[in-house]
Design a binder for this molecule. Structure first.
Ligand SMILES: Cc1cc2nc3c(=O)[nH]c(=O)nc-3n(C[C@H](O)[C@H](O)[C@H](O)COP(=O)(O)O)c2cc1C
Length: 176
């Protein structure tokens, strides 16, 4: 199974990115995990949908070729980042033929005291609107100040949850 991952945070030392790197280590072969970058996507404009910029076409193709996605999002001001929304808007088009339609998607993430759960709730709603099959559970909202020390994941329960989410996503995607 081909699984692509997307971090809603584009900073180099992002802890959401770190969660996805850990997930990539945990998901066993022969499944393949590949992280997509969203930092270089231009601002969405309907003027540039077709032909789309090269970075957008590559992003859409990678999603189209994937069997499942995992998105890790931070919480910015009680929502998920605009950078991630921009990427999803590109991937959702052209209308009726968007790359996200019918994809199996797991949502994870982290943040402060609430673990960024408000961002995940918003993100799940938008993914439903894009025609995705969002994995209902297990859920994972990581309190970063507890789970990471100096940028390193130190909470084994988080790794265990990542493994369970990977298994559940693969099982859901296998059922079609
Ligand atoms: C603009 C901005 C807004 C933020 N708002 C929230 C918030 O509403 N809730 C929260 O839990 N954390 C908030 N944070 C803290 C982030 O969750 C924290 O920086 C997190 O580590 C970012 O994810 P990253 O490590 O993947 O970049 C905010 C951070 C920024 C930069």
């Amino acid at each position: 199974m081909q699984i692509v991952t997307i971090s809603g945070s584009i900073r180099t030392t992002s802890l959401n990115r770190a969660l996805l790197i850990e997930l990539g280590r945990i998901i066993p072969a022969p499944h393949q995990v590949h992280m997509l970058e969203i930092a270089d996507l231009p601002h969405y404009s309907e003027d540039h949908e077709a032909p789309a910029p090269a970075a957008v076409t590559a992003f859409r193709t990678a999603i189209q070729n994937a069997d499942a996605l995992v998105i890790a999002t931070p919480e910015y001001n009680h929502g998920y980042p605009g950078t991630l929304k921009n990427a999803l808007d590109w991937a959702s088009r052209p209308y009726g033929r968007g790359a996200l339609s019918g994809k199996h998607v797991a949502v994870i993430g982290g943040g402060g005291g609430t673990g960024g759960i408000r961002a995940q709730v918003q993100l799940r709603q938008v993914l439903n609107g894009c025609g995705c099959h969002v994995l209902p559970r297990p859920e994972l909202a990581v309190r970063f100040h507890e789970a990471f020390k100096d940028g390193v994941l130190v909470d084994p329960k988080v790794s265990e949850m990542l493994g369970r989410i990977g298994d559940a996503l693969i099982a859901q995607a296998s059922r079609g």
